[in-house]
Write a protein that binds this ligand. Structure first.
Ligand code: TPP
Length: 686
């Protein structure tokens, strides 16, 4: 642990930090919230001491912490100023999220030690990103040999209620199976809003239930008792640093106020509330430090707070014109992905690549082979890329996309995970925040369902943090029906769902050349990308192309013409490209066939150009009809090119049902060549 020394506890400073948090809560509860200047108030009263002591120990420059809405004392210990805290509560500029998120939803670049990863409003979602950060510590210190990462740890904070959520169990599984340095820091105040801990897990004591969990060291203590809290927090942090293995610390604390300001705690008895008040950690700290000049300290804090309030109130309101900015990369983020270290000169910039395919040989490769080659080439160039998921290691993936990668790059970079999509995606986010480039695989599109929360939170992160944080990840998943059959589970495409998921780019290549170019663009980009690999095309003859070379990069948002014609614009993507090509053989020279290639962003300009020439539009897709992406394209064409239309925009899609197993049933609902031909004929004749 070359870079790390265990800090001495400066109790006067601990007292100041506890008092600051207390005074801030009381200012909000007593004045700012009743005045409606603060809209949501989450009091940390009763949790402060435990959090301040934790923050005190997170002094390694590569520690990472995930927090929740009650974590402000921890944030202030890690360097959040009172002015920033107040500006955040008041939704002013100069706040952490520039008024975009609730005032206690924080993140912090490293100031006094730990980086704080962007908080999620989804209870339980904070855990697996911390497991990803912990894995990055392992990878950067051991595999990349970066000495300054040695001895770092990740910590994830949450209430006892959060430990009932899926996200907690996903992360517990990921952290313990990968055995990474993660401390679960559970602040147990016995209530999740009004629900008592006995309803969260049997007996209400998390640690009793976890006593025999493998690779998990358990610590417990009273988080309101200064001596005990300090000792157990120090022991837990030291254990995780030294063992580089997970631990869970359950601290019993009290929530002295309601869940939020408007919660009157009518569900607690008077005796319970009195008992909680007697355990107030501030009172216990005053008894523990009788020689401290508490009145003087209180005066200092009051003055500081008044000054901070004036400064925060003097901050302008955020500019409404900027409200929708930062969904995608436009300004370099301070934390996450490769870019911050490229800007610091630690990493070389990613090569620009060539937009011209330059095949070295006319030999054609399949789509999945193209993806594998790009991964191999980019992993050779960039040691920050990690590939993981179910069966991707020794087996090489159930579709073969990662075959031989583990042998070539080693188990630290290419590895199997537990069957845990929530944890796969969440840990990918944490790894990306710690400066890696994760390329997780989800085995089939449908099985990304359990990862939805983490996919959403990753996608919105850049916007939520006003451009300061981002976690670029390339998330690969096979989609669509197979060559000879379909079924409701393995054949889902549902790209419209991800088109509606904020902050993700979405690639849907129809052939090997496009797949290679888009995968390289994704890996050299600075935004999260969902990369669809169509099952019927993985090794299909029609999707095979000469490999376009190790530099080829196809920027997102460029549709391509597969056919040129003057009578009808057909827009499609994925496997439907080939059905449309076949159908169009009936109308030589008539069909302007556009393969969209990426759904987010989609090439509006080229679609409009084409419609302006042909006056007619047919959109064909494999996804279901209602709310499908065809509806978006038709709406845009109606808005932008209405006066050029010589007929109603039409769509041909899968019916609103799942993909059936029986081939005849499948043909009855998925657009077939015949159905496409009929639709083309109808529109041409219109
Ligand atoms: C996934 C999800 N479900 C429900 C909520 C609503 N909610 C917010 S806080 C909370 C209680 C959490 O309690 P606990 O984890 O014990 O933390 P505490 O507030 O007691 O510190 C609930 C149900 C949410 N934000 N996210």
């Amino acid at each position: 642990m070359a870079t790390y020394t265990l800090p001495e506890i400066d109790w006067q400073e601990i007292a100041r930090l506890v008092l600051r948090s207390r005074a801030l809560d009381e200012l909000e509860e007593g004045t700012l919230t009743p005045q409606k200047k603060v809209k949501y108030q989450f009091s940390a009263k009763g949790h402060e001491l435990a959090q301040v002591l934790l923050g005190w120990h997170l002094n390694h420059p590569h520690d990472g912490a995930t927090v929740y809405y009650r974590s402000r004392p921890l944030m202030m210990t890690l360097g959040l100023s009172l002015r920033e805290a107040l500006a955040s509560s008041l939704a002013r500029s100069g706040s952490i999220t520039e008024g975009r998120d609730v005032g206690v939803m924080f993140a912090l670049p490293p100031r006094r030690g730990a980086t704080v990863l962007p908080a999620s409003g989804d209870v339980g979602a904070q855990y697996s990103p911390a497991a990803g950060w912990a894995q990055a510590i392992r990878y950067r210190s051991q595999t990349l040999g970066e000495a300054d990462w040695q001895g770092a740890l990740a910590v994830a904070c949450g209430g006892e209620g959060s430990a009932a959520a899926n996200g907690f169990w996903a992360a517990l599984n990921i952290a313990t199976t990968r055995n990474v340095p993660l401390l679960f820091f559970i602040e147990d105040n016995r209530f999740a809003i009004s629900v008592r801990s006995q309803r969260q897990y049997p007996g209400g004591d998390l640690t009793a239930n976890l006593a025999s969990y493998g690779n998990l060291k358990i610590f417990t203590g009273d988080g309101t008792d200064p001596a005990q809290a300090a000792e157990v927090i120090r022991a837990a942090v030291t254990y995780v640093r030294k063992a580089q293995s997970p631990a869970l610390l359950r601290l019993q604390v009290v929530r002295l106020m309601g869940h939020t300001f408007i919660d009157n705690q009518a569900y607690k008895t008077a005796a319970e509330r009195e008992a909680e008040a007697r355990r107030d950690p501030l009172r216990q700290l005053q008894d523990f430090l009788p020689h401290l000049d508490w009145p003087a300290l209180q005066r200092e804090v009051t003055t500081e707070l008044q000054e901070a309030l004036s400064e925060a109130e003097a901050q302008p309101e955020p500019d409404p014109k900027q409200a929708a900015r930062h969904l995608f990369y436009e300004v370099p983020q301070q934390v996450g992905g490769l870019l911050p270290e490229i800007r610091q000169g630690v990493l070389l910039p990613m090569p620009a690549g060539s937009q011209e395919p330059r095949p070295a040989s006319p030999q054609r490769v399949g789509l999945v082979e193209a993806v594998r080659r790009v991964l191999t080439e980019e992993m050779s160039l960039n040691p920050r890329i990690l590939v993981f998921g179910e069966d991707v290691g020794r087996k090489g993936g159930v579709h073969g996309a990662t075959a031989h990668l583990q042998k070539r790059f080693g188990e630290a970079r290419v590895f199997d995970t537990s069957l845990n999509e929530d944890g796969i995606m969440g840990s990918a986010t944490g790894m990306a925040l710690a400066g890696l480039l994760p390329v997780p695989e989800i085995q089939f599109r449908k099985y990304a369902d359990p990862a939805t929360e983490q996919i959403n939170d990753n996608g919105t992160m850049r916007w939520r943090m006003a451009g300061k944080f981002a976690a670029p990840v390339v998330l690969r998943m096979p989609v669509g029906f197979a060559r000879t059959t379909g079924d409701p589970w393995h054949s889902v495409t549902a790209e419209a769902v991800y088109a509606h998921t904020l902050g993700w780019k979405l690639a849907f290549p129809s052939n090997a050349e496009d797949a290679a170019g888009l995968m390289r663009a994704a890996l050299r980009g600075n935004d999260p990308v969902i990369f669809f690999e169509h099952r019927a095309l993985l090794d299909a003859a029609e999707a095979r192309c000469p490999y376009p070379g190790p530099d080829y990069l196809l920027p997102f948002g460029r549709a391509t013409y597969r056919l040129r014609g003057a009578g009808l614009t057909v827009v499609t993507w994925g496997a439907m490209v080939y059905r449309c090509l076949q159908a169009a053989e009936a109308w030589p020279g008539e069909i302007d066939l556009l393969d969209l290639r990426t759904i987010v962003p989609w090439d509006q300009e080229r679609v409009m150009d084409s419609v302006r020439r042909t006056g007619k539009l047919l959109v064909v897709h494999e996804d279901t009809r209602t709310g499908g992406f065809a509806a978006e394209i038709m709406a845009a064409v109606t808005e932008e090119a209405f006066e050029y239309l010589d007929g109603p925009p039409r769509r041909l899609t899968t019916a609103d049902c799942m993909i059936p197993y029986n081939a005849a049933l499948m043909d009855a609902v998925v657009p077939t060549v015949d159905a496409i031909r009929r639709a083309m004929g109808d529109l041409l004749a219109y």
